[in-house]
Design a protein around this ligand. Structure first.
Ligand SMILES: [Zn+2]
Length: 367
């Protein structure tokens, strides 16, 4: 099996951290995955999109996972937002402070979910809000990588096209949400202001419905397309492969592999519940046969091995040469803070805190 480096992994399921580690090990082995980035998500919305939920332990958990999987792992932190934004200057200052703190704690970049439609609707803080200016300027100046999830598939804004599944999980967007075009434009306004930003768009930014949007994004010098499947993007590419192949060749140093693995709960028989994306990606890039992914039939594009090597490993290796060293003291302080304040997403996070503290404190005192 060809080895892969995965730029898009999460730990968000209700699985104890020690079991999650075992699940990740099994999945990484199964996938032939040798390096990986744990992306933190500090905020999400509830399923009916009426409330922002905060996950205080996310950054610490991702940094701990990086530490456990060292030297093969990286971690991106996610900015923790305030409850109210009435003092924009203070918020901007705090985002900058957090970024500096995370980078010195051993994170390798920042994950943004701020461009998610439901978060944009509830917070009313666009991606190009001045509140992010100090953060973007600092990231640009210091070449700090950002991976950002913006919008969602275009069909989710069209009541005639959105799938029943997306309706059921709160991903159908009416006019109370910012439009797809508006979210994309916010992103381009950020890039116009900070053109050297090392910005990676998860799921290719859901821009593949229009190849010219993708080309516009890649025309900025440090932008990256994360090909993690999410909705329709690879099918869009396959449908116009004669146009996409030249674009991928032209920007062959700018596409990275990703799978969105979460350490899902084990199946009742105890086996690991892998997601279908790694198989889908390999069928897509390595074969020229017909396959089915969920309900969609597609034909693989059988990319040249040299291009595949770039997407599978070489681009990642160039972009993320050496993981930063984890600051165990920061990790202990952060976990102790969440533990003390009892800011858990799941009850089992209390136990996760004890587990992490037990492991990390031991090695701090061994030094
Ligand atoms: Zn993701």
């Amino acid at each position: 099996m060809e080895k892969v480096y995965d730029a898009h992994v999460h730990h968000l399921m209700e699985v104890p951290i020690d079991d999650a580690i075992e699940i990740f090990k099994e999945d990484f082995e199964w996938q032939g995955m040798e390096k990986y980035i744990f992306l933190a998500i500090s905020h999400e919305t509830n399923t009916d999109n009426t409330q922002v939920l905060t996950f205080h332990l996310q950054n610490a958990k991702c940094l701990f996972l990086k530490r456990e999987f060292s030297p093969n792992a990286y971690a991106f932190a996610s900015l923790v937002h305030p409850d109210d934004y009435s003092d924009p200057d203070a918020v901007a200052e705090d985002f900058l402070r957090q970024t500096k703190e995370y980078m010195s704690a051993g994170f390798d970049g920042i994950k943004m979910l701020e461009g998610y439609p439901s978060l944009l609707k509830l917070r009313k803080i666009p991606l190009d809000s001045p509140m992010f200016d100090k953060f973007y300027a600092y990231c640009e100046e210091n070449a700090i990588p950002i991976t950002s999830h913006i919008a969602n598939p275009k069909d989710n804004w069209d009541p005639a096209l959105v799938s029943e599944y997306n309706v059921s999980v709160g991903r159908a967007y009416d006019d109370t949400y910012p439009t797809k075009e508006e979210i994309t434009e916010q992103t381009f306004r950020v890039l116009e202001k900070y053109p050297r930003l090392r910005l990676s768009l998860a799921h290719c930014g859901f821009l593949t419905y229009d190849i010219s949007e993708m080309e516009r994004f890649l025309s900025f010098e440090n932008t990256i397309a994360d090909i993690t499947p999410g909705g329709e993007q690879l099918f869009n590419m396959a449908a116009e492969w004669d146009k996409w192949l030249p674009l991928i060749e032209k920007y062959q140093d700018r596409f990275v592999y990703g799978t969105d693995f979460y350490a899902f709960q084990r199946k009742p028989d105890g086996s690991v519940s892998h997601n279908g994306r790694p198989v889908f990606l390999r069928q897509f890039f390595e074969t020229d046969e017909e396959h089915t992914y969920i309900t969609e039939t597609f034909r693989g594009v059988k990319l040249d091995k040299s291009l595949r090597d770039k997407i599978y490993r070489e681009n990642f290796a160039r972009l993320y040469p050496e993981p930063k060293k984890v600051d165990d003291k920061w990790l202990v302080n952060e976990v102790e803070r969440v533990y003390r304040e009892k800011k858990f997403r799941f009850r089992l996070e209390e136990r996760d805190c004890e587990y992490i503290l037990g492991k990390v404190k031991q090695s701090v005192s061994d030094k």
